[in-house]
Design a protein around this ligand. Structure first.
Ligand code: SF4
Length: 230
């Protein structure tokens, strides 16, 4: 049973705690604190199946060679694939190249900001469209990755499997309800980073967690049980 009404969401209390934590603890990464949708898109596609440490050098090399969507569209597919070599899942690179062409042809070379238009681009699904809309354009879209699933499941003590249809719906609804109207982009990045660094999958250090007083998993001794997966 969710007890959202008892959660300290009024006046963005919880969100402010999270954003403050983020400002103090976030990793210094080149796709942070930027609003260029092209660079955010490249980073999101690289990080889809790659860890941050491994993806970082690929990102830097890629952006150095293809700094704009126009330059990427003008490159040959062979060259794009060369810069992807070693990252695996080569369909990602092919889609990037295809999408760059699509942006040049259908959007006059300007990255679309509209969520439904982002979804029309090759290789961009709901998650990536929400990330670009939120991080680059500060739009009101909740970005729900594996880290966010874990944080919300623990904070609210959700024991529905997060990989079930009902579990996904529950988390998506809560993620949307928690989204602040002011600066949703920063908040989205904050909760994702909080999951990556503080509320980690195994044995998080709850003693130093600023959300511990509101965390149902901590109060019920379920931290290492949640989230549940089928
Ligand atoms: S108290 Fe522990 S389980 Fe709860 S949000 Fe903080 S780190 Fe995660």
């Amino acid at each position: 049973m969710l007890e959202f009404s008892k959660f300290p969401y009024k006046n963005d209390f919880f969100q402010k705690i999270l954003v403050k934590w983020y400002e103090q603890n976030k990793r210094d990464l080149p796709w942070r604190d930027i609003t260029d949708p092209y660079k955010i898109w490249i980073s999101e596609i690289i990080l889809q199946q790659t860890r941050v440490n491994q993806g970082l050098n690929y990102y830097l090399r890629f952006i150095n060679r293809f700094p704009t969507v126009e330059i990427l569209a003008n490159a040959s597919e062979d060259e794009v694939l060369k810069y992807w070599q070693g990252l695996g899942y080569y369909s990602r690179a092919r889609n990037l190249h295809k999408t760059a062409h699509q942006i040049r042809t259908d959007f006059q070379g300007v990255f679309p900001s509209d969520f439904s238009k982002l979804l029309q681009l090759s290789g961009i699904g709901e998650y990536t469209a929400a990330a670009i809309a939120s991080f680059a354009f500060n739009q009101f879209h909740a970005v729900v990755d594996g880290n966010v699933y874990r944080v919300i499941s623990r904070l609210f003590g959700i024991d529905t499997p997060i990989d079930s249809g009902i579990g996904k719906k529950q988390i998506a609804l809560l993620a949307k309800q928690l989204l602040p109207e002011i600066d949703p982009g920063i908040y989205n990045q904050a909760i994702m980073e909080f999951g990556a660094l503080q509320c980690v999958p195994v044995s998080p250090d709850c003693m130093v967690c600023p959300l511990q007083p509101y965390c149902k998993a901590y109060a019920s001794d379920l931290v290492n049980i949640l989230p549940i997966k089928n």
